[in-house]
Write a protein that binds this ligand. Sequence first.
Ligand SMILES: [Zn+2]
Length: 132
Amino acid sequence: MEVRPGDRIKWKEPVFRGTYRRAQFVGERTVTGVVTNHWYEMETGYHWFTIQVQASEGVDPLPAGKKIRRRGKNVYFGLLEHELDPSREREAPPPPGGKFLPQRTCTRCGAAGANAERLCKVCWEAVKRGEA
Ligand SMILES: [Zn+2]
């Protein structure tokens, strides 16, 4: 099930210290928060979430109330809990899965034209149906 604004999620993520170029992995933290926005970046097709932190534990925990941005794939990768917004429209159409760029190759079938998750339209639909 896709994560969408209004949903409450808990995920685990790696924590790094140091500069971007010399980042050092120092441990993990869990974050619980409510998704306030999501969008696809035009240039890259990357899926992003804005999340308002409710609680955080572990290394360098984040303060409650802070709004953070996370790449969609990182949130899904570490996802521990996902509570749907009760008012969420269940019959809403599926999301586009990002922009399908012709220079990207699908890692599942090798076809040209893949999104940020490196899947073509056909494979993206299949994976969403659980046929991964
Ligand atoms: Zn494919």
